[in-house]
Design a protein around this ligand. Sequence first.
Ligand SMILES: Cc1cc2nc3c(=O)[nH]c(=O)nc-3n(C[C@H](O)[C@H](O)[C@H](O)COP(=O)(O)OP(=O)(O)OC[C@H]3O[C@@H](n4cnc5c(N)ncnc54)[C@H](O)[C@@H]3O)c2cc1C
Length: 344
Amino acid sequence: MDSFLELLEVLRGLEGVRVWKDAPLAPFTTIATGGRAKLLVTVATVSSLVRVLAEVEARGLDWFCLGAGSNLLVADQGYRGVAVKLDQSFQYLEGLPDAGRSTEGTEGTLARSSVVLTVGAGAYLARLATVVAEAGLTGMEHACGIPGSVGGAVAMNAGACGWCMRDVVQEVELASATGDAWLPAENLEWGYRFCRLPERSVVTAVRIRLDRADPRECLARQRVYLRQRREKQPRSVRTFGSAFKNPPGQHAGRLVEAAGLKGLRRGGAEISRVHGNFLLNLGDASTADVLALMAMMREAVERTSGVVLEPEVRLLGCRFPWETGSPETATQPHSVGSCRTDDG
Ligand SMILES: Cc1cc2nc3c(=O)[nH]c(=O)nc-3n(C[C@H](O)[C@H](O)[C@H](O)COP(=O)(O)OP(=O)(O)OC[C@H]3O[C@@H](n4cnc5c(N)ncnc54)[C@H](O)[C@@H]3O)c2cc1C
C-alpha cells in the first residue's frame, strides 16, 4: 500500500487526530494560492502531535508545520508531504491577571512588576496582543497588526518597528517525534525574522514575560500602531505581508518602489500600489504568478540599487526561481519549511 494511505489509516485511529487526504492548502494561507497536500493532519494535544510525527518519520515522509499561513506560499503543484496543524485546543492563555490589579507577579518577588503568561502556539498573535493590552500588560503592542499564530511568530521571530517576539519570549515548548520539552529562549538562535528551532520540531506553547502598565496607555499605543499600518499597507487584500526582508538600514518596499515596479501585474498577482513589498492575489493568482513577480522585484532592485533582496516568505513544495537557475518554478521534492526555520 502507498505510504500515505497506510499512514492515513494509522492516523485515523489515533485520539485527538483528524486527517484529510489531498487537502487543498490555499484556504489555509492568507494569499490563498497553491495546491494540495497529500495529507493534512490536525492534532489536539502535544502527545497526539508527538505520535503523529513519529508515524510520519517512521515512513520517511516529509512533513511541515502549518501555522496561520500568513507567511506562506504553497506550490501550485501542491506538497507531497504531510501538513501538520495545531487545532483550536492550542489557542489558550494561562496566567492573565485582572486588569488594574497591583503588583503581584506570578513569580513572586523576582518580578513584581512583570507577569509570565503561558500561551498555546495556536493562539492568534494579534488577538493575544489586544487581550494582554486590555489586561494592562505592556510589551506586545506592536504585535497587534501581525496576523500569524504564536507558534509561527516564534518560528519567524515576527516583529515590527524594532520590536520582535524574542523581546518577550522566555521559554518555548517544543515537540518532535521523540517527545516534548520546554527550552529557555536563550538556547535558541534568534535573528531578524529568524529563529533556529531544533530540527524537525514544532512550537506547541510559549512563556512570555510582560510588564504591568496602564491598560488605557497600552490600548492607545496599539491604536497608533494600527493606524500607521492602515496608512502604509494595503487593506482587506490577500497577501502574505512582506515578500522580502528589509536589508540593513533600508526598506525593501521603498527599493521596489524606486525600481518602478509598484502596481506591476503578472497573471492574477500584483505588486501593491500602496506598499512595494506586498504582493496581492487579485482573485485568480497562481503561486507561479507571485513567484514571477518576486523574481522581477529581486532582479530590478539589484539592478537599480545594487541590493540583493532576501525572501521573508516561506515556500512549501517549490523553490524560488533564482534558486533553480530557471525562470520556471522548480517543484518537488523540496520544502523550505519543514519546521526547520533556517532562512530561505
Ligand atoms: C497583512 C500581513 C501583515 C504582516 N505583518 C507582519 C509584520 O508586521 N511583522 C512580521 O514579522 N510578519 C508580518 N506578517 C507575516 C506573518 O504574519 C508572520 O511571519 C507570522 O509570524 C507567521 O505566522 P503563521 O502562524 O501565519 O505561520 P505560517 O505562515 O503558517 O508559517 C511560517 C513559518 O513558520 C513555521 N511555523 C508555523 N507554526 C509553527 C509552529 N507551531 N512551530 C514551528 N514552526 C511553525 C512554518 O513551518 C513556516 O516555516 C504579515 C502578514 C500579513 C498577511
